[in-house]
Design a protein around this ligand. Sequence first.
Ligand code: BYC
Length: 476
Amino acid sequence: MAGVDYLERIPNNVNLRDDRRLLRALEEWQPRFLDWWREMGPEGFQANEVYLRTAISVDREGWAQFGYVKMPDYRWGIFLAEPEADRRIAFGDHLGKPAWPEVPGEYRGVLRRLIVTQGDTEPASVEQQRHLGRTCPSLYDLRNLFQVNVEEGRHLWAMVYLLHAYFGRDGREEAEALLQRRSGDGDKPRILGAFNERTPDWLSFFMFCFFTDRDGKYQLASLQESGFDPLSRTCRFMLTEEAHHMFVGEMGVGRIVQKSCELMRQHRTDDVRRHGGIDLATMQRYINFHYSVSLDLFGSEVSTNAANAFTMGLKGRFEETKKDDDHRLADATYPVTCLEGDRIVTRDLPALTALNERLRDDYIADCQRGVDRWNRTIKEHGIDVELRLPHRGFHRAIGSFGEAKISPDGRVITEAEWDAKHREWLPTPEDAQFVATLMRPAVEPGRFAGWIAPPARGINGLPLDHEYVRLTRKEG
Ligand code: BYC
């Protein structure tokens, strides 16, 4: 069961061959997915061999196999984590009842919306990143980009499988629509805000992987608690892949920080732009942007949607089963920081409607740990600068802070102050132009662009100068 059936056209560990109808439906969707991949996936490089890892089992150990694959030949498929014997619903009104193997009819609409929202982010991120290959800072990074891309493609498969297998005709329509929407499109945009932003350069890419993929971690972890067992098992396996994406983000930003510090020391200046590096002030503005748009992804501080999803047993809290409370939250409260008039206050509000905020808090603490690690690098270079996460209200579009202007240090400010200062706080067009000038491809094995330090080690024990993407076609 843990093994994946690779003899099938659609690799899977869900016995797809025994369900002819479902198999046919997915086999019809597959060529449309490939059309989408060709149209909206990585630009160029489709004929090149990339050193990718492919899932071959869902066992904790040894689930991945590494080898050269052309991206369109990647074995996208359907992998669910092993079922847990006698799994019970861990929260909400159905606490303690057996987990559902099928969709409970009365929750169909809510569940479908959650799955569609999750599914929509996956192709969106591939679309956002599709031009980056041409400007890669190394073959190592190029391979990581493509690894992330193919896995986001697989995450789309994961949600499409649920839609096809459990939601009948409307599920199939939603699966179709997932291939129709386009990131940033005026008429048919992706569902959530951050997935319509541009990822024009590699600094943005690494920030996206650190901040936005981390939202993925927290949302998937909450959905992994779901009483709908197929969703839980799907998310459990997706989380193993998500971890790599956040690693790419944290290491990518960390390596840029390291390079900037080296240049600062070498040239005794903060202004490393003149020396081909990205100054820490620019890094801070990119952090401010990516963090704030990612905070929006958690929804409003007070949300009846979130309360309902919890009460229904569809979406839990982060590490729900490890929490030591009644898992119903009927009378519990939770401290929520929000805007009241022109003041930022913290109020104890009903814990049920505060679930988005609670998840955001878990996320913020996790982001802070990564920023602390970057700051350690800066300190090790003897440099007296700290990168910071801005206040949670800064540059928000969703929720209570969406209505006001908040400075990075958490003051409610006037429009006039915002207009005067926002260029210090968010990436400016000049920043983007400058970063764009650095985006020249470094494609010789072992070479790294001058604005980013090499990583500590290569992939799967291989050296840094390994040819992670074969750009020239080999004979034979
Ligand atoms: N942009 O009650 P509210 C990932 C809408 S990332 C636009 O405040 P709720 C990945 C909301 O839809 C993880 N609209 O929030 C990362 C609702 O609209 P309707 C993705 C937004 O519903 C990198 C209205 O505002 N997974 O995997 O409690 C690369 C009021 O909503 C936004 C999920 O998101 C926004 N930012 O929570 C690749 C998990 N925020 O229904 C992949 C599934 C809110 O009134 N989704 N709205 O028309 C959910 O759990 C929830 O839908 C949300 C929103 C947490 C997103």
